[in-house]
Design a protein around this ligand. Structure first.
Ligand code: TRP
Length: 337
């Protein structure tokens, strides 16, 4: 029996933060034991908004190194860079030609990002979800671990595979593409901003104090926690809609202390912010310490990370080539001889 295949990815824009770790990568680590896991750094997605060419390569290496530092094991997982496997762009083009424009125009994330970009919206930003569909469909992924915000993109990938490729160009017995399912991650899946408990921790928030990155030094973590938004109430609690900051920070403490929600709730039920914040800061520092140590060791010699990415590219390219051949044949292209 083949293990179910999983594919996911994160963009190499700026350092990964607690939300990426707790919401995504930490779950990827667990999936490795009983799934066939593919994790890519989606650098082609990073250029859908204006990017800095002087940083792209470095950010791509950093992101891959952080995957490994968080516990992604290159012996068990295929770790690679999206642009190193040209099949992503190629399948992306083919899928473009069968995807209705209005399916893309109604994507919530596009509408939000387009508003932020003002009059500088690229075709690539609109097309982002089609490339994401190609990422997933190339690997015959069974499951795609994503946060809530990516659910609509995954639905789109399913619709493209089923309605636009399989039903038009495949047969019932021999579908051209596997239709993937989302794996919506629950606990810790939504880490909120430190400066606003109602919005998600995000790389694109201009206020750096809103997030803790995996590479923040201990003093900076302590400072950011000290400045995090609070409220005038004493005692931490979960689930009070008036107190999103309390819910978020107590949730982080429960998760990262390893104590769990019930024990954390009891411990902090009568605790004021002045006592809680240093406790949380120390917990964060300790939880990130091993990740940062592994990261530094990996980055002491970029040959290591480059070798992992080379091996990943080879494995990924093999799988991708097989899928792409099936699609090309199905659509009637003349094979290269
Ligand atoms: N759009 C995803 C995000 O922002 C990143 C991504 C690109 C992705 N391609 C993917 C996630 C394929 C899962 C599978 O989180």
């Amino acid at each position: 029996m083949q293990r179910p295949r999983v594919l996911s990815g994160v963009q190499p824009t700026g350092a990964l933060h607690l939300g990426n770790w707790l919401g995504a990568i930490r779950n990827w680590v667990d999936l490795q034991s009983d799934h066939d896991t593919f994790f890519c750094v989606v650098d082609l997605h990073a250029i859908t908004v204006p990017h800095n060419p002087a940083r792209l390569a470095e950010d791509t290496r950093t992101t891959a190194a952080l995957y490994l530092a968080c516990g992604i094991d290159p012996e068990r997982s295929t770790v690679f860079v999206q642009s190193h496997v040209p099949a992503h762009s190629e399948l992306g083009w083919i899928l473009n030609c069968v995807t209705p424009l209005n399916w893309l125009e109604r994507m919530i994330q596009f509408k939000e990002k387009a508003i932020k970009q003002g009059d500088n919206v690229s075709v690539g930003l609109l097309d982002y979800p089609v490339l994401m569909a190609a990422d997933i469909l190339l690997y015959d992924a069974d499951l795609v671990p994503v946060g809530e915000d990516q659910k609509q993109h995954l639905e789109l990938a399913r619709d493209i595979a089923q309605q636009r490729i399989n039903s038009r160009f495949g047969s019932e017995e021999a579908p051209l593409l596997k239709v993937p399912k989302p794996l919506i991650l629950s606990e810790g899946a939504r880490v909120m901003s430190l400066t606003d408990g109602r919005s998600k921790m995000s790389k694109s928030d201009p206020n750096e104090g809103s997030r803790i990155t995996l590479l923040d030094p201990p003093e900076l973590i302590t400072k950011k926690v000290k400045r995090a938004k609070t409220d005038p109430v004493i005692g931490l609690e979960f689930g009070n809609p008036e107190r999103p900051e309390a819910d978020n920070l107590l949730g982080l403490y429960a998760l990262l202390s390893g104590k769990g929600r019930e024990a954390a709730r009891e411990e902090c039920a009568a605790m004021g912010w002045g006592a809680f914040k240093p406790l949380l800061a120390e917990t964060l520092v300790e939880a990130l310490r091993p990740v940062q140590e592994r990261y530094r060791a990996l980055r002491s010699d970029d040959g290591q990370i480059d070798a992992v990415l080379r091996q990943g590219r080879e494995r990924a390219a093999d799988v991708a080539a097989t899928t792409l051949r099936r699609v090309r044949d199905g659509l009637g292209f003349l094979p290269a001889r």
